[in-house]
Design a protein around this ligand. Structure first.
Ligand SMILES: [Cu+2]
Length: 188
């Protein structure tokens, strides 16, 4: 029967979909298109990002720069005398292997003092993933568009179902609804 053939397919799709939501490791090119550079606004770049154990930071930079990981005590004053690690290949991958704060600076002290430094907080991805608090930065590119009180698109009004609060939850609900109707139609 068609329904029996569809069930495994649905299950596989569902599993892949869930994995993509929960366990995907990401590689972040530090600074985005500007890369690891004195002109890059690195504070803005980290806004709205949640770094997890398993993710990778990729530093791309010209030969006038380098990457040093330093201890927190050396971060503010750009003290490069005792780095945890150092690289100047122009293309440095740093895997985030443990939760906690990590501190990176350019090995050129003047660049570091000029702001070419990066602090990231790495979260343990085994803990259930609460969305990063969206309330404080209205200007940040958020993943959850705030529902507008003045809807300019009436067809997009979501029926008021009590449990649809979070973006990912609603995606799952919609997806499950879609699969259920699909299987129901296929089994008729
Ligand atoms: Cu530099």
């Amino acid at each position: 029967m068609a329904r029996q053939q569809l069930l495994p397919v649905c299950a596989v799709v569902l599993v892949i979909f869930s994995l993509a939501l929960t366990c995907s490791a990401s590689t972040y090119v530090v600074g985005g298109n500007s890369g690891w550079d004195i002109s890059t606004d690195l504070d803005s770049w980290t806004l709205g990002k949640r770094f997890l154990v398993g993710d990778v930071l990729l530093f791309q930079y010209s030969s006038s720069h380098s990457v040093m990981e330093v201890v927190p005590q050396d971060f503010d004053g750009c003290n490069m005398s005792n780095p945890i690690s150092s690289s100047s290949t122009g293309n440095t991958s740093i895997p985030l292997t443990a939760p906690g704060d990590k501190f990176f600076v350019c090995g050129n002290k003047l660049h570091c003092l000029g702001g070419m430094k990066l602090q990231v907080t790495v979260d343990d991805n085994r803990s259930a993933a609460p969305a990063p608090a969206p309330a404080m930065e209205p200007g940040a590119p958020g993943s959850h568009p705030r529902p507008s009180t003045k809807s300019d698109n009436p067809s997009s009004v979501v029926p008021s179902i009590g449990f649809v609060h979070d973006g990912s939850v609603s995606v799952v609900v919609v997806f499950l609804g879609f699969m259920a109707s699909f299987m129901w139609i296929a089994s008729v």
